[in-house]
Unconditional design. Structure first.
Length: 251
């Protein structure tokens, strides 16, 4: 009887013990604090692409050129925030309303497709995790996002994100994206160009260089982003793009 009781207690407490170990490991590793003054080298997403190409026998390479926030067009910064995480400056890493809406959609469609992820969560995924949509990966993403918000400033999180996010197959970061799609530096992007780059972020590998410029869906997304930018006074008629108060001290 005692042996059966011990076995039952072990079965009951094993999930709790495993959860505690899982949380403890992700609270210690990786060392996110290092990102305060060190730029990331090869991200998990970049390694994933390299592995995919190797399995396909394709001789390809990652295109990425680091640029500080001060050398990225304010229009692109604002467009990305509007398109991907409009509450970025206010939240502590999680947009609970967006997550609730995503959970409802996932429940109705019986999928894990919708995540309601913030830029901080996306950065955690890009830096350290895989593109899989498993529940375990989402839990790791949440812990890492929490850690990033406490270790780094908002501007640093945004700077890293804009330099490592995927903007096409093998195209990573704002500078590489601006060069690939427009043949110019990220610092010289106009508001409409910036809005178009922001518009493809949910599905960056869906578009080729040609289809990027000829997509009705992207046209509609660009119009929506530009409308928000105009209403907020970020694109005054005939003037250079305005800058939000949050970014002024970064340039």
């Amino acid at each position: 009887m005692k042996r059966s009781r011990k076995r039952l207690l072990l079965i009951l407490f094993l999930p709790i013990w495993l959860a505690l170990v899982f949380t403890a490991v992700n609270l210690i590793h990786p060392r996110v604090g290092r990102l305060r003054d060190h730029n990331p080298e090869l991200t998990a997403f970049q390694k994933h692409r390299l592995d995919q190409w190797a399995k396909q026998g394709a001789k390809r390479h990652i295109t990425s050129r680091w640029r500080p926030l001060s050398r990225i067009s304010p229009s692109l910064v604002e467009a990305v925030l509007i398109a991907e995480d409009d509450g970025f400056w206010a939240h502590a890493g999680f947009d609970w309303e967006a997550m609730r809406e995503a959970m409802v959609k996932n429940w109705k469609k019986k999928t894990l497709r919708y995540g309601g992820s913030t830029i901080t969560q996306q950065l955690a995924k890009n830096l350290y995790l895989s593109p899989s949509r498993s529940l375990v990966r989402k839990l790791r993403e949440a812990i890492l996002a929490w850690r990033l918000e406490r270790a780094l400033s908002k501007k640093r999180i945004l700077e890293i994100y804009l330099n490592v996010v995927e903007w096409g197959d093998g195209i990573f970061g704002a500078e590489a994206a601006a060069g690939h799609y427009y043949g110019k530096s990220a610092s010289r992007l106009s508001p409409p160009e910036a809005a178009r780059l922001a518009a493809i972020l949910p599905m960056p590998r869906r578009y080729t260089r040609s289809s990027f410029h000829r997509s009705r869906y992207l046209d509609e997304r660009v119009a929506t982003i530009m409308d928000v930018m105009r209403r907020r006074g970020l694109v005054p008629e005939g003037d250079p793009p305005a800058m939000s108060p949050f970014l002024r001290t970064a340039f």
